[in-house]
Design a protein around this ligand. Structure first.
Ligand SMILES: [Ca+2]
Ligand SMILES: [Ca+2]
Length: 312
């Protein structure tokens, strides 16, 4: 059983780390099409087959003297790299092009930001080639434009894969840490439920502190508040089911894999101790370790907002 759990955990980790292609299935356009089956969408059909004859590549018209191709990602992302699947028979055409990013459509006042470019040397045929942006750059539209030098110097793209991440905009009065935003309430909420309602009204939810690094960050932030800080801060976990404490995030494991319960203050009666204390928070007088408490207590709280929480 333990092995199965470990396996699932490893799988979850791999899924989180694996780069997502932001362009797959998104609307794409190009300056022209060579054939009816070489339209712009062929470069975002999720098929990176580089055999041109298999029909999964875009190809601009041979007479097109200013070939370009563009995908709309639907919203602005922080883009790190763009990978192009080069056709097996591109005949040296994949050269002299620029990969540019736009927050707004170029026809609606969008300004080009260069991600990367390719000079006169052609890319190798039948291979994937990744262009890392000179720095991670925000953009919604990814446009590839090519300089036309001779007849049929077309833009041929078997697949364009865009790697990037969600842009994190912290709401007003939230503090950023990594890819998350946090709000430390100045005032007490009437109870745990009200604390949660306030977080939700701010577009967030009560904070999930399911790893060591986050707990360390909360502790240092709360310590820096000193006497201005509250005595107890509610977090987003409970034991309403009558079983062990769980995080609100249904995908997070129940506590025990990682926890920070206060075991030192009273080793004979370590936290969580009293059965009907179904909510919990970080306690200042005990080095901000976790204490289970009654949900009806008036306490301060920590809200969290990130691309992953609350779940979109
Ligand atoms: Ca394709
Ligand atoms: Ca307790």
């Amino acid at each position: 059983m333990t092995l199965v759990c470990l396996y699932i955990l490893v799988l979850l980790t791999i899924q989180t780390v694996k780069a997502v292609n932001l362009a797959a299935g998104k609307p794409a356009t190009q300056s022209s099409a060579h054939r009816v089956h070489t339209t712009a969408d062929k470069a975002v059909d999720g098929n990176a087959d580089k055999a041109y004859s298999h029909g999964s590549c875009s190809h601009t018209n041979c007479q097109d003297r200013a070939p370009w191709w563009m995908v709309d990602l639907g919203k602005v992302y922080l883009i790190k790299s763009v990978t192009i699947a080069v056709a097996d028979s591109a005949s040296g055409r994949m050269r002299n092009f620029r990969i540019e990013l736009y927050n707004k459509h170029p026809n609606k006042g969008g300004m080009a930001k260069l991600c990367a470019s390719q000079g006169p040397a052609a890319l190798a045929h039948g291979k994937d080639r990744t262009f890392t942006c000179s720095r991670p750059t925000r953009g919604r539209f990814v446009k590839i434009s090519k300089k036309f030098t001779s007849h049929c110097d077309a833009l041929i793209l078997c697949e364009v894969m865009v790697n990037g991440e969600e842009v994190v905009n912290c709401p007003f009065s939230f503090v950023r840490h990594g890819r998350s935003c946090y709000f430390y309430s100045e005032h007490k909420a009437g109870n745990w439920f009200q604390a949660r309602d306030i977080c939700r009204a701010l577009g967030a939810d009560l904070a999930i502190a399911d790893n060591k690094e986050k707990v360390k960050f909360f502790k240092s932030a709360l310590k820096s508040l000193g006497a201005l800080g509250g005595r107890i801060y509610y977090l987003g976990g409970h034991a309403f089911s009558g079983q062990a404490f769980r995080w609100l995030d249904s995908n997070a494991l129940s506590m025990g894999v990682f926890d920070d319960w206060d075991k030192a203050t009273n080793p004979k009666d370590p936290e969580p101790n009293i059965e009907d204390e179904l909510c919990f928070g970080m306690h200042r007088e005990h080095y901000y370790t976790w204490h289970n408490i009654h949900c009806s207590r008036r306490e301060q709280f920590i809200c969290e907002k990130s691309p992953m929480w609350p779940r979109p």
